[in-house]
Design a protein around this ligand. Structure first.
Ligand code: NAD
Ligand code: UD1
Length: 309
């Protein structure tokens, strides 16, 4: 019998396609379910052990079909932009919460138990202000995006208690690296800044640039995801994925300038509504349960890899 695949929803996107590469390299068969809204076919390699289903996680029948015969799921499909959820709460909800429910229901029906879920540091809102945020920090979802991620966590926990699912919930901080699509104003800040810097186009900072993020190189995250798939147990309780390092946007620009040997003009505009001021993980639980590369990929090294330097 052919080996049962791992289903990666959102597998044609930034994080998903990096995970696809890592799983194929380890000999897994992989099935991707993606509506190609931000993901791209060209992010995926040509490999006989990889199958792409173009479809929507908001479509229950499609999810059920995609899950048939799978050994586990990595549920990454979502509108990843916080700002997009502010602009279109109902539209993003279809992907970000209904999609999760459809995955849970399909797993229950198909008897698939292990699911890794991409939750977000956004669930903490501004509650971690100035401190490293641990997983027990009170939640304060400020945007539809954060509300859907937190609700998804609760649904996954319900399916764990009621139906024996084995969810492993990760709260990713800010992930960056190759294939993060820079083409929309909703894209991740590092992909936008590096692309504009390379093309010599002006860069816009929303706010004073002193807001901070805990940036994680995608390759380091993927190492953790593979370990969680292979672990015999799905330990309860969400896990922050951050390096516990705060980088301000102004420091980020300095690093990009150093790596590229210069920067274009930078202008400052009003902050985005719902934008979080400071976000830095307490990653004690991550380090207890998983191995990060030692040392983890630093900002300048990650930027150089992203820029192919
Ligand atoms: P991405 O936009 O590159 O990937 C999302 C993928 O999901 C895309 O391929 C897109 O086409 C697909 N998709 C979106 N809606 C879909 C739908 N309704 N049905 C099927 N496919 C759909 O973004 P990413 O950065 O790779 O994010 C992956 C996951 O990680 C998302 O759930 C995101 O919320 C989460 N996350 C990302 C970060 C980060 O810093 N990048 C941080 C925290 C959480
Ligand atoms: C990011 C992720 C989100 C994730 C969260 C976890 C993306 C698109 N968003 O949200 O999925 O859940 O981390 O912490 O991957 N900015 C500018 N100029 C720009 C673009 C952005 O100044 O051109 C600013 C933003 O206002 C914000 C910061 O950069 O202050 C980071 O923005 P962004 O990359 O969109 O990430 P988050 O909102 O932190």
């Amino acid at each position: 019998m052919a080996e049962r695949p791992v289903l990666i929803t959102g597998g044609a996107g930034f994080i998903g396609s990096n995970l696809v590469d890592a799983l194929l390299a380890r000999g897994y068969a992989v099935r991707v379910l993606d509506n190609l809204s931000t993901g791209k076919r060209s992010n995926l390699p040509d490999d006989s052990r990889l199958e792409l289903i173009v479809g929507d996680v908001a479509d229950a029948a499609c999810v059920r079909q995609a899950l048939q015969g799978c050994r586990a799921v990595v549920h990454l499909a979502a509108v990843a932009s916080v700002q997009a959820s502010v602009d279109d709460p109902l539209g993003t909800h279809q992907s970000n919460l209904i999609g999760t429910l459809n995955v849970c229901e399909a797993m229950r029906a198909e008897g698939v138990r292990r699911v890794l879920f991409a939750s977000s540091a956004a669930v903490y809102g501004n509650n971690g202000e100035g401190e490293a945020i641990d997983e027990d920090t009170p939640k304060a979802p400020l945007t539809p995006y954060a509300a859907d991620k937190l609700a998804s966590e609760h649904y996954l926990d319900f399916y764990r208690r009621q139906h024996g699912l084995e969810p492993v919930v990760f709260r990713f901080f800010n992930i960056f690296g190759p294939r993060q699509d820079p083409s929309s104003p909703y894209s991740g800040v590092i992909s936008i800044f590096t692309e504009r810097a390379q093309k010599g186009l002006p860069i816009v900072v929303f706010g004073d640039g002193e807001q901070t993020r805990d940036f994680v190189y995608v390759g380091d995250l993927v190492e953790v995801l593979v370990q969680a798939l292979e672990s015999p147990e799905a330990v309860e309780g969400a896990v922050n994925v951050g390096l516990s390092r705060a980088t301000s946007l102004n420091q980020l620009l300095e690093a990009i300038g150093e790596v590229l040997g210069g920067l274009p003009a930078v202008t400052y505009q009003a902050s985005r509504p719902g934008d979080i001021r400071h976000s830095r993980a307490n990653n004690t639980r991550l380090l207890q349960r998983y191995r990060l590369p030692e040392p983890p990929t630093g900002m300048r090294e990650g930027l150089a890899r992203l820029l192919g330097l």
